[in-house]
Design a protein around this ligand. Structure first.
Ligand code: KIV
Length: 273
């Protein structure tokens, strides 16, 4: 890990993650979209904060991640990077910000780094993006890959079902992971595939495979924070473990507040001037 300010925990870098894999230490990653949560997650010891394009479904009320824009991603990245001291902050390149041309990818990844201040970017897709990944890396932009279920392609696949369920698709995913790692990707998110494939892919590449619904054998795990805190309850994929039921607790707290306001119980003398 790189040295941080005196007394502060050392900053997590892409090199830290590689070293963690080499030592067999698991990486704990979560999504984050704002400054408040960035501080909470960072202080709780999360290694990687992903400013995911899932902000579209979780925070913007969209049906998929497709509509979120570059400007919106830059904005959320900037909020998160101002709140995180230790964690590596990765910004998601949104749909069509990197697929049209390598020049677009470079310009947009550069915006996430220069304006959003992230330390790395993530893009979805396999060997077809090898030239893009190589060019970004050559420009000094660390790239995290994303294989398996790739939500930006939902309209092409038509379903969020498990990926890599037959031998041909499994072999193709392993080849994609090797190609991305060879092109310079420092880590790869692997979403919704059988656990055995998660294990095979983690063994196939020297860079960390960070699983979400990819079983227990990957080099790390990532979840959407609002899912694991029980705040986002519209649906619950099987791979989500809810560590709290905050939607219920928040509802109770707000209900108590409304009652106190209405019956004069809030504010008290101690809460008044
Ligand atoms: O956008 C996102 O939140 C993601 C995670 C699900 C890995 O890509």
């Amino acid at each position: 890990m790189a040295a941080g300010p005196e007394g502060a925990a050392p900053k997590v870098t892409t090199a830290t993650l590689r070293a963690m894999k080499a030592r067999g230490e698991r990486i704990a990653a979560l999504t984050c979209y704002d400054h408040l949560f960035a501080g909470l997650l960072d202080q709780a010891g999360v290694d990687v904060l992903l400013v995911g394009d899932s902000v579209a479904t979780v925070m913007q009320g969209r049906d998929s991640t497709v509509p979120v824009t570059m400007d919106q991603m830059v904005y959320h990245c900037e909020l998160v990077t101002r709140g995180a001291a230790r964690a590596l902050v990765v910004g998601d390149l949104p749909f069509l910000s990197y697929q049209v041309s390598i020049e677009d990818a470079l310009r947009n990844a550069g915006r996430l780094m220069k304006e959003g201040q992230v330390e790395a970017v993530k893009l979805e897709g396999g060997r077809e993006f090898v030239p893009t990944v190589a060019r970004l890396c050559a420009a000094g932009i660390p790239v995290m890959g994303h294989l398996g279920l790739t939500p930006q392609s939902i309209h092409q696949f038509g379903t969020y079902k498990t990926r890599g369920t037959d031998a041909a698709e499994q072999d193709a995913l392993v080849e994609d992971a090797v190609a991305l790692a060879d092109a310079g990707a420092f880590a790869i998110v692997l979403e919704k595939v059988p656990a055995a494939l998660g294990k095979r892919m983690a063994e196939a590449v020297p860079v960390p495979i960070i699983g979400i619904g990819a079983g227990p054998h990957t080099d790390g795990q990532i979840l959407v924070t609002a899912d694991m805190l029980g705040m986002f309850t519209r649906f619950q994929p099987r791979f989500v473990r809810r560590y709290r039921e905050l939607a219920t607790e928040i509802g109770q707290a707000i209900g108590e507040y409304c009652k106190d306001v209405r019956d004069g119980g809030f504010p008290s003398d101690a809460e008044s001037y």
